[in-house]
Design a protein around this ligand. Sequence first.
Ligand code: 4UW
Length: 548
Amino acid sequence: MPTESKYPTPPIPDVDLWGFLFERKDRQFPDDKVIYFDPYTKGSYTYAQVKNTAVEFGKGLKALWDWQKGDVLALFTPNCIDTPAVTWGCHWAGGILSPANPGYTVDELAFQLRDAGAKALVTQLPFIQTARAAAAKVGIPEDRVIIMGDQRDATHKAKHFTSIRNTSGSARYRRTKLKPADDLAFLVYSSGTTGHPKGVMLSHRNIVANTMMIKMAEGGNLDWQGGPSGEGDKLLAFLPFFHIYGLTCLIHQSLYSGLQLVVMPKFDLEDFCRIIQEQKVTFGYVVPPVVLLLSKHPVVAKYDLSTLRMMNSGAAPLTRELVDSVYNRLTIPIKQGYGLSETSPTTHTQPWSDWNKTIGSVGTLLPYQTAKYMSAEEKEVVPGEVGELWIKGPNVFKGYLNNPEGTAHALTEDGYFKTGDVGYQDKEGNFYITDRVKELIKYKGFQVPPAELEGILVSHPKINDVAVIGVYHEEHATELPRAYVVPAAGVENHEKEKLEIATWLSERVANHKKLRGGVHFVDEIPKSVSGKILRRALKAKALEEMKA
Ligand code: 4UW
């Protein structure tokens, strides 16, 4: 029997994200509550300012570029307090937002722009060259590459998003009405169970449901009005907004719940600690490598982090040793959550009260979730037995863009999503993730698709064949991508050659995809009769090598 969530299941409102966030009747915080705060520039957006800026931008999209329902706006930027207004401005005009990793190379960005069919692109000034080059490759006109953030373009070639407004004075621009369950809000890119990044189609209802689900699970614990600072809970936001974890759990959750988000453009340990101390941050969404730093790094001792009431870790496995170590050092409890791009993302979280009773578990099922673990023969296994986790609920995506085969592989006819993760549940309904059946590598929570790296590497003249796997490194609390290479005839087995290959790849991919786990030469790549790389055999080999 599949397991059902134990939470109550009030009806999910039949509204799109704009209606859900900006036209709701039950909002309990005022218009002038600061929701997004930049601790570096001290810039901020209140609830009302986000709404007004988004409306102006939405009108501008319609007036200037004839924005139509379903048009895709791509976003290529580190975290910035302008991101929410741009996002919902795009929705106001009926558009779909497709956020991309600002570390992408021109080719990586061009792939996403082309695949998503982007009509325009928003970036920040330091990223404009990559953005323009990628836009040019896919035929997006240069004047449709615009900027946000504090820096302006002295040449005036790149317009700021706040100047994309309706200057005609025409009152005819109205918000585009959307069908919450049918119309897409986001196209996020994920490697899913196999292969190259795919456009994950997330509807308005998907994100409305997940935002409600997260609030119901965390909500009783997070407070918009009381809290140690007198301003209610504050969330620290360094996790990237372009990734589903940051997109839903940070941007949407904060505006829905009225929690202030303290926005960092990127992670820096000393800034992380200093900002927690200065801003009296009370809650943090983190990933295991950050937990590791908090458990060990000397810089942490310089700061007072005692306002942190809880941290939530996810995106990759977290060990009991790390949770214990941080608690022993800082008395900060850490619980886990779990989710995927395809589930909008959060499906499980440990209840706050259970953080130290079920360490190692990713938690219990969030509201509206039904789940089961399945054997390789696709038979449901009983609690305690290991299988692949399948999940059903209103947060499950609509499919991969233009990819019926990938969609059919991932979604069953009765609505279950096959996560590609392996684990078990105990009799109390706590879920555990122990392994992955899919090929995906997770470097510090970021996805590294091995097939993509293999595709690039095999074009190197010194490489005959190649396979990439993730090798877990305790010292870094993350997997590191490693290439096993069959060298071309005459190539010497020297460190110099391996370094050259690793460097060559690093010039062609985003930073998180570098071969930090090294390049190893082998005589052949283990493959099945059908030619599929036997990654398990390589993983076993890597383990042996580490022991040796
Ligand atoms: N333990 C082990 C975990 C865990 C995990 C994820 O890039 P995506 O598609 O998405 C994410 C989402 C992370 C996330 C969502 C909601 C939430 O509350 C939370 O924690 C607080 C984190 O990373 O990658 C999905 C894949 O990431 C792995 C797993 O393999 C999954 O299929 N993963 N969380 N706690 N592994």
